[in-house]
Ligand binder design. Structure first.
Ligand code: 13P
Ligand code: SF4
Length: 319
């Protein structure tokens, strides 16, 4: 389709292309609403990884960021994995380059290396275990208490995990530029204006925001909290794309995006990497079957072993 198609026309074309090419379209909650609407599944990092691994589709289009598409390829090497735009990176993954991280690990050889899934395939390959925001607490708790731990790349999530598990960890100094950008001053003002409002925060947020939050959790856990809560008003401290699904799942609730320092028009937090993907690029990627994610087995196999620690009861064949 040329550049003039309407959103509805493009969505129709995407449905057709998906069917013809037997492509499973997986989208993260931070994707644009019009992309979420054509996805076969919308989920958090853990759910998308599971679906990529378990699906029978020969091709996966990952509408999310690069590390999510890489994770899909690591877990399902026999499938073609495409990402609409390879510029869809992640500030956390960028904060942990493989060479310095390798040197850091070598300085602490007795440590178990746990990496948050928001990292490159190379960093995953250097790690003993991977976690997502949905299972991080359980992953840390599954490590024998006398084993010292390195946690990378997110120091905010790491600090939060130290608090909830009581485990000391050596933290890599990385942050998510989106979750670091919330303005405490503006959040406090909002809470003053709406005294009954519940503050929900992703654990990538700074300590001060987490201290104030009524609920801390992954994107899927925030959605569950809003659905199940009898409260009516929520201040949501994560990327604003999640509001699309939240509104659909809880139309009677009032959702207020937590304000960031930035003076942007919506006064909310946007992940520019996630928003690089557009409906037009999704359509083009489906048509052309690219950009494709390729990984050497040298990286993929150790990364697979580390990722599979998240699925303790499953067959660990590396093929
Ligand atoms: P979730 O796994 O909670 O969806 O988080 C992904 C992410 O990139 C948060 O910034
Ligand atoms: Fe990465 Fe932060 Fe964007 Fe999530 S919100 S993809 S952690 S930059």
């Amino acid at each position: 389709m040329n550049g003039t198609g309407t959103i509805a026309e493009r969505q129709e074309e995407i449905q057709k292309l998906k069917k013809e090419s037997r492509t499973l379209l997986l989208a993260h909650y931070y994707q644009r609403a019009e992309i979420q609407e054509v996805a076969d599944e919308v989920g958090d990092s853990l759910a998308l990884a599971k679906s990529a691994k378990e699906s029978e589709a020969p091709r996966i289009l990952l509408a999310g960021v690069h590390f999510m598409a890489e994770t899909a390829k690591i877990l399902a090497p026999e499938k073609e994995v495409i990402l609409p735009d390879t510029e869809a990176g992640c500030s956390l993954a960028d904060a942990c380059p493989p060479d310095p991280f390798q040197r850091f690990i070598e300085q602490h050889p007795d440590h178990e290396v746990v990496s948050y899934v928001n990292c490159s395939a190379e960093v995953k390959a250097m790690s003993d275990r991977i976690c997502t925001s949905s299972n991080a607490k359980q992953v840390i708790q599954s490590i024998p208490p006398d084993r010292p731990i390195i946690f990378a790349p997110d120091k905010n999530l790491g600090r939060y995990l130290m608090e909830v598990t009581g485990r000391e960890m050596l933290l890599w100094d990385g942050v998510c530029s989106v979750h670091e950008a919330f303005s405490m001053e503006r959040i406090m003002k909002l809470m003053g204006r709406y005294p009954g409002a519940q503050l929900l925060a992703h654990p990538e947020s700074e300590e001060a925001v987490l201290k104030l939050a009524h609920h801390i959790g992954s994107t899927s856990s925030m959605l569950r909290y809003v659905r199940e809560s009898n409260k009516k008003r929520f201040i949501v401290a994560t990327e604003w794309g999640i509001l699309h699904k939240m509104n659909k799942q809880a139309p009677d609730k009032e959702l207020i995006p937590a304000p960031s320092h930035a003076d942007n028009s919506c006064a909310c937090s946007e992940c520019a990497f996630m928003k690089v993907n557009t409906l037009e690029k999704v359509e083009q990627a489906l048509e052309e079957g690219k950009p494709r994610i390729e990984l050497s087995e040298e990286i993929r196999i150790p990364a697979y072993r580390a990722l599979m620690q998240m699925f303790p009861n499953q067959e660990k064949n590396v093929a």
